[in-house]
Design a protein around this ligand. Structure first.
Ligand SMILES: Cc1ncc(COP(=O)(O)O)c(C=O)c1O
Length: 373
């Protein structure tokens, strides 16, 4: 079975993990410090703190921005459950807006229209192949004193105006789950603005504990437990060093998808890569056409029967049972809903070959062809 996502862990990393296990220091320690330093260098020197997942990073980021009951957070409904869950977990109200049908990035005109007196933050999810318009986004946010938490789970390694995601902006969060551009098994990170914010993250990610001058400890906030173990950080350091190589290979595979994917059936593909566009490719998500295509489940089953695994990214957040509690209904966000109904994530990962892409494209052609007869 060809997986739709799979990490590439080399023997040196496995040996390195064994060394960490033998060292006796297996929870957060020197490798966390090294991983954070390497990520900070990657983000042009901005402070970075690692945590156990991007979900934890978004939770801590919302806490860092003092988001709570009575506050509204504007976010895109075409994203992973994390964003909705963490906003609600803080006691804040999610305000959903739609996305572009092709790039899937947040609709900034809709964001502007939904900003109100209770808006405290905007949480856009950046998409592989194309980033949200950061100039327009920060113009909107900064002139109104609204915080921005960029969910960059899918795009570590993408560049905006030549600069890496994470080097610019307010707060940026990354995921190192095994299906992302690089992994630490589970893991995530937040890029913050200054040393004081980094110090507050240190507290928020470890029980809310503050150390007092007399050697005792105190808590003034019910903090979580999100510190990343050294075993994971050891993997992350190696993966970050290999990220350029992973991204170059992913790009080669995407270019092949654009060469070989059968376009005659009316599927919508992501934005075509341009020379030197600086975009990274974590996923290759297509939209099945409305007509002359099998229903998505039949399409995915037919690919699975041919040994090809696929995914769905993503369901519509405003139509989840949790999202509907805030008064949303079908028809509110048409692009998000069209994507949620007909998107399919095709295999794309650094362990795949160009021949694998050809196999996926041939299988898609076969299945779509059979359905259109
Ligand atoms: C867009 C997006 N944001 C956040 C997350 C959460 O990442 P993690 O699994 O590291 O918590 C995911 C996970 O797939 C994601 O796809």
């Amino acid at each position: 079975m060809m997986k739709f996502a799979s990490p590439l862990i080399d023997e040196a990393t496995i040996e390195g993990v064994a060394d960490v296990l033998r060292s006796g220091h297996i929870t957060s320690g020197p490798w966390v410090v090294r991983f954070e330093a390497a990520l900070s260098l990657f983000c042009e020197g901005r402070p970075v703190r690692v945590v156990t997942s991007a979900t934890a990073a978004i939770e801590v980021a919302l806490q860092l921005c003092d988001i709570g009951p009575g506050d509204e957070v504007i976010t895109c409904a075409q994203s992973f459950f994390t964003v909705l869950n963490m906003i609600v977990k803080q006691g804040a109200t999610p305000v959903f807006v739609d996305c572009d049908l092709v790039t899937r990035n947040i609709d900034l005109a809709a964001v502007e229209a939904r900003i109100g007196p209770r808006t405290r933050a905007i949480v856009p999810t950046h998409w592989p192949g194309s980033l949200a318009d950061m100039d327009a986004l920060y113009r909107l946010a900064r002139e109104r004193g609204i915080r921005v938490i960029e969910d960059a789970a899918l795009v570590i390694g993408s560049r905006y105006n030549g600069r890496p995601i994470g080097a610019i902006g307010d707060i940026t969060t990354f995921s190192f789950h095994p299906n992302k551009n690089m992994t630490s098994i589970e893991g995530g990170a937040l890029v913050v603005n200054d040393a004081e914010e980094a110090r507050r993250v240190d507290v928020l990610r470890f029980h809310g504990i503050e150390r007092l001058p007399d050697g005792t400890r105190d808590v003034g906030f019910p903090g979580g437990k999100f510190n990343l173990p050294d075993v994971n950080a050891r993997i992350g350091v190696e993966q970050l060093a290999r990220l350029p190589q992973f991204l170059a290979h992913r790009r080669t595979l995407v270019l092949r998808y654009f060469e070989r994917f059968p376009m005659r059936f009316g599927c919508v593909l992501p934005p075509r890569p341009g020379d030197g566009d600086g975009q990274s490719w974590n996923m290759f998500c297509i939209l099945l056409p409305h007509a002359a295509a099998p229903p998505r489940k039949a399409f995915r089953d037919a690919l699975a029967a041919r040994g090809i695994a696929t995914g769905v990214s993503y369901e519509a957040l405003h139509l989840t049972r949790l999202g509907r509690r805030y008064g949303y209904q079908r028809g509110d966000l048409p692009n998000t809903e069209r994507i949620a109904e007909s998107t399919v994530t095709l295999p794309l990962h650094a362990a795949m070959s160009v021949a694998d892409v050809d196999r996926v494209c041939a299988a898609c052609a076969e299945v779509l062809d059979e359905a259109s007869r």
